[in-house]
Design a protein around this ligand. Structure first.
Ligand SMILES: NC(=O)c1ccc[n+]([C@@H]2O[C@H](COP(=O)([O-])OP(=O)(O)OC[C@H]3O[C@@H](n4cnc5c(N)ncnc54)[C@H](OP(=O)(O)O)[C@@H]3O)[C@@H](O)[C@H]2O)c1
Length: 255
């Protein structure tokens, strides 16, 4: 039985990971770290197995991670919309004070990795984003936060930590059903810059959550970092059978 801490558990992918892990009660005991108690109650109707606090607070992380074997990091700085844009008007974004990508996606992840090391965690699964090889990627200009650059620096910190890692860098996240698409893995943003057959470099959050669960189950996912996108969904709407061992075997160590 693995006891797994999921951070960013109230996020759109984080909550799917919590729910999927809870489908294997003999394999995983799941605890969550969240900063918003009301949101946890709204999603799950109860705060059982949840710890509360910000990832800027090392003590809060230490309490949540105590006794765990694995950590899933799904925290990410959340951009806020400036003012109230008129319909059709392009919204402008900013990060709240103290919640910039540097503070959350870099120092916040470092706090988690350091706490994991101190708690002798065996395996960290970190969900990140493709695009980090390009300083001029449009996401980096949001609030001048350079989010993808900070995320990539945190990935390197994790790799250097000596803890077994799986780094899943997703393409554009879709709120669409999982299991309907073949998944592709790559490196160095090649799938973003040159996607096969010009497909959209995107993947459902459900499929990313499935990858997280499989990464915790399958040894071939350990000490790997990879980009991932999906092919368009199957035309008949049926589930696609994926050999996750083979998929992870295609991935490699290092950034
Ligand atoms: N959006 C995309 O198209 C895209 C594409 C590729 C990769 N990604 C990456 O994939 C990952 C998951 O994305 P998502 O859209 O599912 O995430 P999300 O919904 O934005 O969730 C982010 C989570 O981080 C939490 N968080 C932020 N600051 C925190 C703090 N100081 N302390 C504790 N928790 C904090 C948020 O808490 P609250 O719930 O309280 O706000 C939320 O639960 C992210 O790393 C994202 O960058 C996104």
């Amino acid at each position: 039985m693995q006891k797994v801490l999921v951070t960013g558990a109230t996020g759109r992918t984080g909550l799917l990971v919590v729910n999927k892990l809870r489908e294997y009660p003999t394999e995983f005991k799941v605890v969550g770290l969240a900063r918003n108690e009301a949101k946890v109650k709204e999603i799950w109707g109860s705060t059982e197995d949840f710890y509360f606090g910000t990832i800027k607070d090392k003590t809060a992380i230490e309490k949540a991670i105590s006794g765990c074997n694995a950590l899933v990091i799904l925290t990410s700085a959340v951009p806020q919309i400036k003012g109230a844009p008129e319909p059709g008007e392009r919204p402008e974004f900013y990060y709240a004070d103290g919640e910039s990508p540097e503070e959350i996606d870099y120092y916040g992840q470092i706090n988690q990795i350091d706490a994991a090391k101190a708690a002798k965690i065996n395996h960290i699964v970190l969900v990140g984003s493709m695009g980090g090889t390009n300083e001029n990627h449009p996401l980096n200009s949001i609030g001048n936060g350079k989010i993808l650059i900070w995320k990539r620096k945190a990935e390197q910190y994790l790799i250097d930590s000596g803890i077994d890692y799986t780094i899943i860098r997703a393409g554009g996240l879709l709120n669409e059903p999982g299991g309907k698409r073949e998944l592709l893995v790559g490196k160095n943003d090649e799938l973003l810059n040159n996607p096969p057959d010009g497909i959209r470099p995107a993947i459902p959050r459900e499929d990313v959550a499935e990858l997280v669960v499989r990464a915790l189950q399958i040894n071939e996912a350990k000490n790997k970092a990879f980009d991932t996108i999906s092919k368009p969904p199957s035309e008949n709407g049926e589930n696609v059978k994926i050999d996750f061992v083979k998929l992870f075997e295609q991935t490699t160590a290092g950034l």
